[in-house]
Design a protein around this ligand. Sequence first.
Ligand SMILES: [Fe+2]
Length: 390
Amino acid sequence: MIAPFRFSSLPVVHFGTGKRKILPGIAKEFGSGVLILTGSSSIHNTGHGEEIINGLKQINVRLFHEIIAREPSPEIVDGIVSKYKQSDIDVVIAVGGGSVMDAGKAVSALLPVEYGIKRYLEGIGDLKHPGLKVPCIALPTTSGTGSEMTKNAVISEVGEEGFKKSLRHEKFIPEHAIIDPEMMLSCPDRLTATSGMDAFSQLLESYLSSQSNPFTDALALQGLKHIKKYLLRAYLEGDQNIESRAGMSIAAMFSGITLANAGLGLVHGFASPLGGYFEIPHGVVCGALMAPVFSFTIDKLIEQKDNPAYHKMVIASKVFSDFKYREEKEFLMAFKEKLVHISKVLEIPRLSEYGFGEEGFEKIIKNTSHKQHPVAFTNEELKKIISSAA
Ligand SMILES: [Fe+2]
């Protein structure tokens, strides 16, 4: 029997090579006050940043530009909002990776309301956001978070009292998502690898999620097939291979839809405290944890064949298998090896490279949630998982 579910609306999606060129026409429909947020480097190095900004200048709008150099903190978002609060901004455009898109969604949601972002953050704030916002257009330059499709903006404050929390409302889904695979051609290798692993973990976690539904299952499985076909190719030959960039754009887009509608699992459960207490990029956290978390998950599911996630894990394992006919257990064991292989080829760094070591295990485990992961682990097991990634 299919369990009851809800499925949120989506942005208008414009997908295809060269689609960035439609941005000025779409922006103009919202009015003349345009605030564009971009990342700090790669799009400007390739000329795409200048091309986009020049295109916007030609439509006679009041154009304001801010650079988002890191994962957005309350201070960054509040600073931009107070700077432009009186500037009659009609549309916010975010051109960049997950950090830039999250910053764009947060700024667009904070411009019309009274208080700073912390008061509206899930698990921290004391106010419910009313859902008012300035329209937002997202144009991703990496294939990872799928933030262009989601209703939340992840905000991080790193440090002893750090956190990684969402600003979330159904209304925060961008009005338009322009996905142009040419924008990803110049994505640096490490970012291609780590953001690709973010999309991979989001797809697998939401596929196995206890809150998955027929919509998310269809998209997650299709997304996983794209990961199998394109993730390593995008990393190894992505600067010339537009097909692999297009394939990974689809995988990332689908992962955003599935995470927003089915939830996530333990990789992202670990990612919240890890990203709050340590300055580790989100994609690195996901990449480093992917093989250990799913290796332990497969072992548990083999003991729980009546768990609905067991059969889904077999299906996911078959997607990544080079064989057609095997015993279920063989597919599962081969998938464990494949995850390690993918991490090796992608040269995913260990978390210790970012200063995370044994002394941090307890604090992270204490603050880790299983989210919608299909099996539960003891603290001792969580320790084994995290130490495999450190
Ligand atoms: Fe993620």
